[in-house]
Design a protein around this ligand. Structure first.
Ligand code: NAD
Length: 170
């Protein structure tokens, strides 16, 4: 199976690397060019027990790739995990602008069925907003393509994230 992980921060990098480790073909996407260029060279921006070896092993096996362009890999993948940041707004609520920007990019570029999975920490009702943004973009393009939106919030414990992830795959 081929998947994309959008947002290669702490959650996205751990998730993408662990999926690659179990044999999934993973493309990690991030708008931060410096981060992506470093990752392509095997330079890991965070410390997580066992992560560096796992990233290097999966890059070598060609199961783990990095890009700044979601558009370039979107139509090669079946599932898109969105793990972008949701920083608190002034009133403490989650800022969904990055989550909805990813949804817009998907709607503007998808050409066949996709499953979109939100991993970011978001309030109840966000899946409906993600769905509406994607549908709005498809309508603008005059396309009738089915897609599903799911929520899979992350609860990794920093320092123990790999074993947490690996023991919780259903
Ligand atoms: N860090 C944790 O331990 C943890 C645990 C549980 C849940 N979460 C939640 O998971 C989400 C991600 O957290 P994180 O700590 O990995 O964040 P992070 O800030 O480390 O990473 C987010 C990444 O998303 C990228 N990004 C932003 N907009 C983008 C776009 N349009 N396209 C591609 N990339 C984009 C940023 O450049 C950044 O690298 C948040 O909602 C957070 O609340 C985090």
């Amino acid at each position: 199976m081929k998947i994309a992980i959008v947002g290669t921060g702490y959650v996205g990098l751990v998730t993408g690397t662990c999926f690659a480790e179990i044999g999934v073909d993973v493309t990690c996407v991030d708008t931060n060019n410096d981060k992506i260029e470093s990752l392509k060279k095997g330079i890991i921006p965070i410390y997580e027990n066992g992560l560096e070896e796992m990233v290097l092993r999966n890059i070598k096996a060609k199961r783990l790739k990095f890009t700044t362009s979601l558009e370039s890999c979107l139509n090669d993948v079946e599932v898109i995990f969105s793990a972008v940041g949701t920083p608190p707004d002034e009133d403490g609520s989650a800022d969904l602008s990055y989550v909805l920007e990813v949804a817009r990019t998907i709607g503007r570029n998808m050409n066949q069925y996709k499953l979109i999975v939100t991993k970011s920490t978001v309030p109840v009702g966000t899946a409906r907003k993600v769905r509406a943004v994607i549908q709005e973009e498809l309508d603008k393009r005059g396309l009738n393509i089915t897609f599903d939106v799911a929520s899979n919030p992350e609860f990794l414990k920093e320092g123990n994230a790999i074993s947490d992830f690996m023991s919780r795959i259903v």
